[in-house]
Design a protein around this ligand. Structure first.
Ligand SMILES: Nc1ncnc2c1ncn2[C@@H]1O[C@H](COP(=O)(O)OP(=O)(O)OP(=O)(O)O)[C@@H](O)[C@H]1O
Ligand SMILES: [Zn+2]
Length: 717
């Protein structure tokens, strides 16, 4: 008697055993319906066997007629769960993003012109034929393009000017052409591209770190690896940080491969989600550009994964299954035996360490192509050169903008703080405005007249009275946000065109594209932006970048603070001087002696990496040791603390593992839930995932309490 292990896409600890009915042919990866209680549930076969389980098993009801998951994909699901101490069912849920996508694309009527030329058409009928294309398309699409009602399209069928064609709802994605001509590469780029392409051509598992300075053309270079994988008929996944997934970004792919790639991100919409999923599963979508969750798409024949901006923190998913898509990409490639390219101007210390120890191939692009050079980076010591009282821009920044303006060039001011001011304080009683259910200060947004919590999205009308002492007009803005910096810039340069670019002002993708296009056309003189400006933009006339607060990311107890600061500032500064005109950057700081800032100013990455790696080694931090965190959540402060202490007392005793905490994280209360945190530091030889799993099993948190495990934490909030 054969039995099967079935994994259901739900958050339960493991898989369940079922009997396979006589005559049912099953393989690992098959989708099946099986009874749970009184319900039939869809699950995936993850194992088959004949061993007696010693009890009567319920039988599988039906094998679903759909394409199975590949055995590699099943392994990848289980591996992800094990490594990240998550439930495998929850990981499977990330794979099955839509149940409907398992069914074939529905067939519906599409319409196209017959070519019959008819005289005396009404203007709306003519509009359909002229502006309704591309054909064939659904009546609703044609109608909306032509600005008429769908009835007009059907009317044209009646008179023989259009015909119906039954077709699947999902249009296939255009096929990318690897031979479509790309940019002429420089010798250095060409060499790097050949090396990457060779890895792909050779086949098998490989990881390459494409380590090229900002603006060195990494995209153009990894395109050649993509082309090679496409030539072999395989599929390619390019992961990019969510905020870099813009129309402009997709158009670069279209330019190189003659067809826009399939795009995947969290807000894609149901119908496009199903289309991408189905086309990927069938192996027909050849090139997918997506945010981190695209890694869990069921590719039929994946040959290459590129992780662009591999150092980016957005690759870490912090909710549900906590995982790092960069690290999991390497795992996926290993399980399936194909190539991965990790690209960055500021690789993570982990990847650099792997490259240096020979685990990853290290491909370096040390310069920008043609006449473009890297920007000079200078520091402004705010202790010696402060801004005017109440202001935030020091004289050197103002002078640099003025010079740029006089030459007709653009400037950018970077401050990773949305809104007007990060703190609202009462001058009479000293009260600070707090979020009602979260340990965070409310941020003043003057443009919208609101006070907002950036962690939860809570917002209220900006009060006119202190909520504590009731004093009128006593609330004062403390510190700078982008709105305030823009206001200050406008005071200095009343003639300049100044715009703010942050998630508050960006709006929808079309609005973002519009603003970026206007910046590219030179219609904006000074762009004041948050991290949204850091990535993926090529503004040819941008020659000066001013960093308003270079110390911002250094605050707090984050062991990666130095690394993050270094990465962000290199990337921001790297927006300057990307074409013929040389650029420069100035960073305002109170800590010009910090090694991250010294290294930036000296243009000497080794200086920073050397110090940082030595420190990590001494402290046993990644990449030399392992780190995990446990966050305990609960509605009652004392009980949350008690649960955290109980966790510590239950910790398995093993050599090489040290437990720190419990402590209150910087955000001790989030959305009404109290939080406590433990850090677990382990020597590199310890199997930390297994250790955490054993520990986790010893405790069953009471209802409403949650124990969350984070392997290799990136966020220390
Ligand atoms: N060989 C080349 N000839 C002309 N222009 C090039 C060449 N290579 C790259 N460029 C241009 O240089 C700019 C930077 O290229 P790209 O965006 O690929 O760099 P990058 O290394 O990914 O940069 P960053 O990491 O800063 O985002 C782009 O505008 C690109 O079109
Ligand atoms: Zn007050």
């Amino acid at each position: 008697m054969q039995n099967a292990q079935i994994l259901f896409p739900v958050n339960v600890p493991g898989a369940f055993d079922y009997a396979v009915p006589i005559g049912m042919e099953l393989s690992v990866g098959d989708f099946v319906y099986a009874p749970i209680g009184k319900q039939m549930k869809l699950g995936v076969v993850i194992g088959l066997g004949t061993a007696e389980v010693g009890r009567e098993l319920k039988a599988i009801a039906e094998r679903k007629a759909t394409r199975p998951l590949s055995p590699d994909m099943v392994k990848f699901v289980l591996w992800t769960a094990k490594y990240n101490v998550a439930s495998p069912g929850q990981v499977l849920r990330m794979v099955i993003r839509s149940y409907k996508a398992l069914d074939p694309s529905p067939i519906v009527n599409h319409y196209l012109p017959t070519g019959e030329t008819l005289r005396q058409l009404t203007s709306s009928r003519r509009a359909v034929l002229r502006e309704g294309g591309p054909f064939p398309a659904r009546a609703s699409e044609i109608a909306s393009r032509a600005g008429v009602s769908a009835g007009v399209v059907k009317g044209l069928v009646k008179i023989g000017a259009m015909q119906e064609l039954a077709m699947p709802v999902d249009a296939p994605f255009p096929v990318p052409d690897p031979e479509h001509p790309g940019m002429a590469l420089t010798q250095g780029q060409e060499d790097a591209a050949k090396e990457l392409a060779a890895q792909v051509k050779m086949g098998g598992f490989s990881v390459s770190l494409l380590d090229g300075v900002t603006g060195s053309g990494k995209t153009e270079v990894y395109f050649e690896a993509v082309a090679e994988a496409l030539r072999q008929g395989g599929q390619v996944l390019v992961l990019v940080p969510e905020i870099a997934l813009t129309q402009a970004g997709l158009e670069r792919f279209a330019k190189r491969f003659g067809a826009e790639p399939a795009a995947w991100h969290s807000a894609i919409g149901d119908a496009p989600r199903r289309r991408v999923w189905r086309e990927v599963a069938q192996g027909r979508a050849k090139l997918v550009v997506g945010a981190r969750s695209a890694l869990y798409l069921p590719f039929a024949d994946l040959k290459l994964i590129v992780v662009d901006e591999e150092h980016d923190t957005s690759y870490k998913q912090e909710e549900g299954v906590i995982y790092n898509a960069r690290d999991m990409s390497v795992v996926r490639a290993k399980l399936s035996g194909h190539a991965v390219v990790l690209a960055s101007a500021t690789p993570s210390l982990e990847s650099l360490h792997n490259a240096r120890s020979g685990r990853f191939a290290h491909i370096v692009l040390p310069e920008r192509p043609g006449a473009a050079v890297l920007p000079e980076i200078g520091l402004v010591d705010l202790k010696e050169t402060p801004a005017e009282k109440g202001d935030f821009l020091s004289a050197p920044l103002i002078d640099a903008i003025r010079e740029g303006l006089s030459r007709g060039e653009q400037s950018m001011l970077y401050l990773n703080r949305r809104g007007y001011a990060p703190l609202i304080i009462c001058r009479s009683c000293g009260e600070k405005l707090k979020s009602p259910d979260t340990d965070s200060w409310l941020v003043e947004h003057r443009a919208s007249g609101r006070a907002m919590c950036h962690l939860t999205g809570f917002s209220m009308r900006m009060p006119t009275q202190c909520p504590k002492c009731k004093a009128d007009d006593s609330l004062t803005a403390v510190g700078p946000g982008v709105e305030r910096v823009a206001e200050e810039a406008a005071r200095h340069f009343p003639e300049a065109k100044i715009e703010i670019f942050s998630s508050d002002t960006a709006g929808n993708p079309a609005a973002i594209k519009d603003r970026m296009d206007r910046m590219a056309r030179g219609e904006i003189d000074i762009l004041v932006g948050t991290q949204m400006v850091v990535k993926g933009h090529n503004f040819l006339n941008l020659t000066f970048v001013g960093v308003v607060d270079g110390d911002l990311a250094l605050a707090g107890g984050d062991p990666r603070a130095g690394e993050r600061t270094y990465q962000t500032l290199v990337q921001v500064a790297g927006r300057a001087g990307r074409a013929k005109k040389a650029g420069h950057a100035l960073i305002q700081t109170h800590q010009p002696e910090h090694e991250a800032l010294l290294a930036l100013a000296a243009g000497d990455r080794e200086l920073f990496i050397g110090v940082e790696l030595a420190m990590r080694e001494m402290l046993g931090l990644p990449p030399f040791g392992k780190l995990a965190a446990i966050i305990i959540w609960g509605p009652d402060r004392a009980k949350t603390e008690a649960l955290a202490k109980k966790m510590v007392s239950l910790a398995p005793r093993t050599d090489g593992v040290e437990i720190l905490g419990p402590s209150e994280p910087p955000v001790g209360r989030l959305r009404g839930q109290y939080r406590r945190r433990l850090f677990i530091q382990a020597e590199s030889t310890v199997n930390l995932s297994r250790y955490m799993a054993v520990w986790r099993q010893k405790i069953r948190p009471p209802a409403k309490y949650k124990v969350q495990i984070d392997i290799d934490p990136q966020s220390f909030m």
